[in-house]
Design a protein around this ligand. Structure first.
Ligand SMILES: *[C@@H]1O[C@H](CO)[C@@H](O)[C@H](O)[C@H]1NC(C)=O
Ligand SMILES: *[C@@H]1O[C@H](CO)[C@@H](O)[C@H](O)[C@H]1NC(C)=O
Ligand SMILES: *[C@@H]1O[C@H](CO)[C@@H](O)[C@H](O)[C@H]1NC(C)=O
Ligand SMILES: *[C@@H]1O[C@H](CO)[C@@H](O)[C@H](O)[C@H]1NC(C)=O
Ligand SMILES: *[C@@H]1O[C@H](CO)[C@@H](O)[C@H](O)[C@H]1NC(C)=O
Ligand SMILES: *[C@@H]1O[C@H](CO)[C@@H](O)[C@H](O)[C@H]1NC(C)=O
Ligand SMILES: *[C@@H]1O[C@H](CO)[C@@H](O)[C@H](O)[C@H]1NC(C)=O
Length: 214
């Protein structure tokens, strides 16, 4: 019994602490796990060391710590987007860079992203844009951002781009609502965790559920 509950707890902790990490293009700052439930992983402001990113034929890569997940990417043309509304057009519609889809598999995931080809917004070389990845592994939405300057350059050849699995990708019929469920930008002037309230209550709630079972 003792062994069983220990096993359940370790499995539980693995699940509730699972996240994703954007690998390329580089995120706004170092990954801060408890902040990933917030806008741009808690980084409220654009960085000045932007990645020069291909306007056509680019790709992105990330590491998934979840076996089943959904992902979408939205784009802002605001110089310093600090809220979800900055990722919408003048009619309030999300500016989609990669439509939401569902897939499976833990580990590396790398997919093409052609920013010259979007219908939601017209992008050109020379523009500064911010991409925001919205990932949901089944226990809530997680966010990471990358600040870019678009350029007529080829995709990098020195960045790893591979898929850990060859799982099928299924488009979602409608984009999930995320603006209301996500916290507003947290204050992380030094990258320190700030509003980890949701994650903590999630852990406690899950633990309480397991305790009730034992
Ligand atoms: C910008 O600088 C920050 C802080 O040094 C770093 O974490 C981030 O990876 C850099 N971004 C790029 C695109 O180089
Ligand atoms: C893009 O951002 C950089 C650094 O944040 C800034 O120096 C530059 O003026 C911006 N370019 C445009 C076209 O706004
Ligand atoms: C990206 O989209 C543009 C515009 O539709 C197209 O001309 C170009 O071939 C695409 N590039 C890739 C690599 O798919
Ligand atoms: C970005 O969002 C802020 C806060 O909602 C708003 O004041 C600002 O006008 C937005 N910027 C643009 C360029 O839409
Ligand atoms: C890849 O090459 C670019 C351009 O030479 C360089 O700026 C970047 O640091 C390199 N990235 C890695 C991961 O080596
Ligand atoms: C990884 O899988 C996605 C979705 O099927 C696909 O678009 C992408 O091309 C794959 N990446 C590589 C490097 O094969
Ligand atoms: C963020 O926190 C720092 C340090 O506690 C404080 O000086 C700053 O005013 C805060 N900024 C915002 C926007 O709340």
């Amino acid at each position: 019994m003792r062994f069983t509950s220990a096993a359940i707890f370790s499995g539980l902790l693995t699940v509730v602490s699972a996240h994703f990490q954007l690998q390329y293009p580089a995120p706004r700052g170092p990954f801060v796990e408890p902040n990933e439930i917030n806008f741009c992983d808690g980084y409220a402001n654009a960085v000045s060391n932007r990645t020069e990113f291909p306007i056509s034929g680019g790709f992105f890569s990330l590491n998934s710590e979840h076996p089943q997940w959904t992902l979408g990417v939205i784009v802002s043309t605001v110089q310093d987007p600090d809220n979800f509304a900055n990722f919408t057009d003048s009619n309030g519609n999300e500016q989609t860079a990669v439509p939401f889809f569902q897939t499976s598999g833990e580990g590396a995931f790398c997919a093409p992203i052609n920013l010259s080809d979007l219908t939601s917004v017209s992008l050109k070389a020379g523009m500064n844009v911010t991409l925001q990845w919205i990932f949901d592994g089944g226990d809530g939405e997680l966010f990471q951002c990358a600040d870019l300057t678009l350029a007529d350059i080829p995709a990098p050849t020195n960045v790893s781009c591979s898929n850990a699995t060859n799982a099928a990708v299924t488009p979602l019929t409608s984009a999930p609502a995320f603006t209301s469920s996500a916290a507003s930008p947290s204050n992380t002037s030094n990258g320190a965790p700030s509003t980890a309230v949701l994650s903590l209550s999630g852990v406690l709630g899950a633990m309480a559920a397991v305790m009730a079972l034992l």
